[in-house]
Design a binder for this molecule. Structure first.
Ligand code: TXA
Ligand code: MG
Length: 323
């Protein structure tokens, strides 16, 4: 089977109604979607991604009203977060209702919900009577896809259809928030900047409790290219590069190019949002450049920079055995 690629919404809807897998565009990254109310359909997501079953999926809803059918009555703070940031790159972990199969949440009593902002997927959700479970549409542990082509390269022979919505605008996954003892906590930095959340809701703490046996975006090693990746603190990169003279080294730089086997600059104007938009496709290009090593530098820890550094740390950990 080779997946069709196109923007045929009715075809995408028909596959999903039949319990099949369809890759969908979102403003963050492409998702690998199935009917979230159908345990068998959701199981196919885990199989196609080779994702461990202990790793729960995000459920995508068409509206706040649909979200409220899937979780126990949310707190005033949760509702205010939906008002402020939906549709958009923010996922909320809420107490689940029985309609969501245990397969989707890996047996947890909570469900991760978000309303995506991509127009094509919004239209798709509007045509369907059910929400969509969708993790990022990559093989487990690997670089997330930001174009339909990226999805086809890794999963094209395992899914029914790829709904092509162009290049993802944000480029890193959603920010995930939850509650511990009724206090708002951050599970994963992502496409909604922490500053924007804290401006309205005050300080957001770091998650203390380990809710999950493990969670993909939270595993130390994740988002990894095939080529080993080293993250070098600001200033150290140039010295390391000089020390590797003669080796095929690719550089993932924030705002300034370096002479190397291959180099990608994430944002020449030093803009973390532009850098996030380019992050995963740049990683893929460097991975395909034939380099023996990718050297990366962290970006400033502001706005989407927090999410970028998180992904780079995990991609680096994949090769240093910290998984
Ligand atoms: O932007 C995104 O969030 C993308 C697009 C496709 O929406 N999706 C995405 O899915 O990044 P995935 O599977 O790569 O990451 C899902 C994250 C994982 O870290 C998972 O553990 C966490 O969501 N998660 C899901 N359900 C959870 C729950 N009940 N409690 C805590 N974390 C949960
Ligand atoms: Mg992922």
């Amino acid at each position: 089977m080779t997946a069709g690629i196109g923007s045929d919404l009715e075809r995408a809807a028909a596959h999903l109604r039949a319990g099949e897998l369809v890759a969908i565009p979102t403003e963050t990254v492409y998702g690998l979607a199935a009917n979230a109310l159908d345990a068998d359909a959701s199981l196919r997501i885990f199989e196609a991604k080779e994702r461990p079953a202990f790793d729960p999926l995000i459920v995508h809803v068409r509206s706040r009203a649909q979200a409220l059918e899937l979780c126990e009555t949310p707190s005033a703070e949760a509702l205010a977060l939906m008002d402020a940031f939906w549709p958009g790159p923010l996922t909320l972990v809420l107490t689940k209702r029985a309609a969501i199969p245990d397969m989707v949440t890996s047996g947890l009593d909570t469900v991760a919900l978000r309303q995506p902002a991509h127009p094509l997927t919004a239209e798709l959700l509007a045509r369907l009577s059910f929400p969509l479970a969708a993790p990022s549409a990559n093989l487990f542990g690997r670089t997330s896809p930001t174009t339909a082509q990226h999805v086809a390269e890794q999963l094209g022979d395992r899914i029914a259809y790829i709904l092509d919505g162009g290049t993802c605008a944000v480029g890193v996954e959603s920010t995930i928030l939850g509650w511990e003892e009724r206090r708002l906590v951050l599970y994963r930095p992502g496409g909604t900047p922490l500053e924007a959340i804290e401006r309205i809701f005050g300080h957001v703490g770091a998650a203390q409790r380990r809710v999950l046996p493990a969670a993909p975006g939270m595993l130390a090693a994740h988002y990894a290219p095939r080529t080993p990746l080293e993250l070098r603190e600001l200033g150290e990169l140039d010295a390391r590069l000089a020390g590797l003279a003669g080796r095929r080294v690719a550089v993932l730089a924030f705002d300034r190019a370096r002479p190397a086997h291959a180099c990608r600059v994430l944002s020449a104007r030093g803009d973390p949002a532009e850098a996030a938009h380019r992050l995963f496709s740049s990683l893929r290009e460097l991975d395909a450049s034939g380099a023996d090593l990718i050297l990366a530098e962290p970006v400033p820890e502001v706005g989407l920079g927090r999410a970028i550094n998180d992904r780079l740390r995990r991609a680096a950990a994949a090769r240093s055995g910290q998984a």
